[in-house]
Design a protein around this ligand. Sequence first.
Ligand SMILES: *[C@@H]1O[C@H](CO)[C@@H](O)[C@H](O)[C@H]1NC(C)=O
Ligand SMILES: *[C@@H]1O[C@H](CO)[C@@H](O)[C@H](O)[C@H]1NC(C)=O
Length: 206
Amino acid sequence: MGSASRAVSCLCCPCKCLACGLFSCLCSILVSLLVTAGVLALILYFIFRPHMIAATVDSAALTQFALAPNSALSYNLTVAMTVRNPNKRVGLYYDGVEALALFEGQRFGYAPLDSFSQGTDAVTELKPGFHGQQPVQGDVTAANFRAQQSAGAFDVEVKLNAKLRVKVWAFKVPGPRARISCPISVPAPGNASAPAFQPTGCKVWF
Ligand SMILES: *[C@@H]1O[C@H](CO)[C@@H](O)[C@H](O)[C@H]1NC(C)=O
Ligand SMILES: *[C@@H]1O[C@H](CO)[C@@H](O)[C@H](O)[C@H]1NC(C)=O
């Protein structure tokens, strides 16, 4: 029996197992197991994907946010956010975690964070801090900066990216890359009458 016909009998064997040799019978069991595992993995993926992660920014403070005439943005932004794994059966591992801060779509802050893991139904608090100086481009950006300063709050986007691994029962399997985006409005530094920060929910993509 050639390998091609063996493969064929492997696929058709379940219907007429008694007529087949032991080898192709085992082979067909293996194939059915693999197919079942694949289908299960797909089902699990579609069941759990929507509930994979919930994230909020609980507090954020700018102690410095100034745009110099040469377009250099000096910033000191601290953020406290919680990331929740709402799943009852799936544990999560976060690797290559990085936090980004953007103003007007331009990235000014970058903060690599430690890897972490979450058991089922667990909450992790993260405190990325961004400080330094970064040139930002565009007259529109500068105009929006001034407008937001006199309004008393800056619109900043905080992003969190991580590569996930998923733990189901005893199995750890590679998961998708998670992208978390939090559009926050942070009180302008040194403005006592600026409205207080409001906790803000984040969007999560995979
Ligand atoms: C940034 O602000 C925090 C307080 O929010 C302060 O502790 C820290 O020293 C500041 N960092 C720099 C580099 O100024
Ligand atoms: C401080 O914030 C308030 C609004 O909360 C705003 O009306 C005021 O112009 C801001 N002050 C300065 C100096 O920008």
